[in-house]
Design a protein around this ligand. Structure first.
Ligand code: BGC
Length: 376
């Protein structure tokens, strides 16, 4: 209730400051509106996650009767920089940017800063530059910890003496700071259970070599991620899973536990494991609550997802944009070091969803319509 009231307040402020007025971007415009004040740049249209964000931005803005321009970078840092430059040329005052590649986006952020435009890093952290004013994000370490905890709970079940369970690790793109945070969270929960022999990692010699280390440096994380990256690409994920299965002996199959870093890659990896006759059963994680994965969960083809309510992130980004436009500083609950500065940040919580609570968390809550799914 409090959140709704606050959101109404934010939209009222947005109206009075002509926050999202004008522009020829997506969404409906308001006649007589002034120049575009805020632009949004998202990494790609090719993943349902970012279409969710686009839709939720549009929904939030439509309520206020204004327009926001949302551009996609299609996994290309040069295109991302061109998008930022186009928005600067249109006179925006704030850019909400979710970088394709965290470090490469530094140049785009600096172009904005040089033009006096504020930059809000959205979901993914823009790295190694001071030209980032604020960061809105989910608790990405908690996302990874949720993967790990889910797999540990399933492996232990009733049996606290469980040993030798087959574990396959997969990660996101090394160019995405979040991939490290997800991995860090997962490792924090899985590592003690790898060290004590509950799990045996079957697809990363680096993870096996470092199984005794609770805390890994970024470089050490990078070595494991380098062996198990999906690059956030469904085809890379599928090919890697198939390659892992081809080189695994049958005793590394049977009952399998899979840490998959998001829903798109989870579906690709799950399909590969499901197609291997030596895999008798598997548990697989995910995140984003993409509709296709919600259906996979209902059908028993994916075990869980971590639900990140994109509406919260959009609201936080809008609140921050309003504060910056008014010359204030957005409220922050913490900070993330991006290699060049501590970026003030606000962080949203995440929720573990599986077959048991999928209806309650995603349908009854009003996030998705029941009619979008079969067999609920
Ligand atoms: C996001 C995830 C998303 C992934 C791939 C991450 O930075 O936090 O929600 O699945 O990128 O696009």
């Amino acid at each position: 209730m409090k959140r709704i009231l606050f959101f109404v307040l934010v939209l009222t402020i947005a109206l009075s400051t002509s926050l999202f007025a004008g522009g020829d971007g997506e969404g409906s415009g308001k006649s007589g509106a002034k120049g575009l004040a805020v632009g949004v740049v998202l990494p790609t249209k090719d993943e349902p996650r970012w279409i969710q964000d686009e839709q939720r931005f549009k929904d939030a803005i439509k309520k206020a009767g204004y327009t926001v321009e949302i551009l996609f970078s299609q996994g290309d840092s040069a295109r991302e920089k061109a998008n930022v430059e186009a928005l600067i040329a249109k006179g925006v005052k704030v850019i909400i940017l979710c970088p394709h590649d965290g470090a490469a986006a530094g140049a785009a952020a600096e172009a904005a800063a040089n033009a006096g435009v504020k930059v809000i890093s959205y979901d993914r952290l823009i790295r190694d530059t001071a030209a980032v004013d604020y960061y809105v994000t989910f608790d990405s370490v908690a996302v990874g910890a949720a993967f790990g905890q889910y797999l540990v709970d399933k492996a232990m079940g009733m049996d606290d003496m469980a040993k030798g369970k087959n574990l396959y690790l997969y990660a996101g793109a090394a160019s995405d700071n979040n991939a490290f945070l997800f991995f860090e969270g997962a490792w924090s929960v899985l590592q003690p259970k790898i060290a004590d022999g509950t799990f045996v990692v079957r697809n990363s010699s680096e993870a096996v070599a470092m199984k005794g280390k609770a805390m890994l440096s970024r470089a050490e994380q990078g070595k494991i991620i380098g062996q198990v990256t999906t690059n956030w690409d469904f085809n890379v994920a599928k090919n890697l899973a198939e390659a892992n299965l081809t080189s695994a002996m049958d005793d590394a199959k049977g009952e399998v536990y899979i840490a998959a870093p998001n829903d798109g890659t989870a579906r690709a990896i799950a399909d590969a494991f499901a197609a291997d006759p030596a895999v008798e059963m598997f548990y697989i994680t995910g995140q984003d609550a993409e509709k296709a994965s919600v259906q996979y969960i209902i059908d028993g083809k994916q075990s869980m997802t971590v639900f990140k309510d994109v509406r919260m992130l959009v609201n936080d980004a809008i609140k921050a944009a309003v504060a910056l436009l008014e010359g204030g500083s957005p409220s922050a609950t913490g900070a993330y070091n991006n290699g060049a500065k501590d970026v003030p940040a606000i962080q949203s919580e995440v929720i573990t969803v599986d077959k048991m609570n999928v209806k309650m968390k995603l349908i009854d809550s009003g996030y998705y319509k029941a009619s979008d799914f079969k067999g609920l």
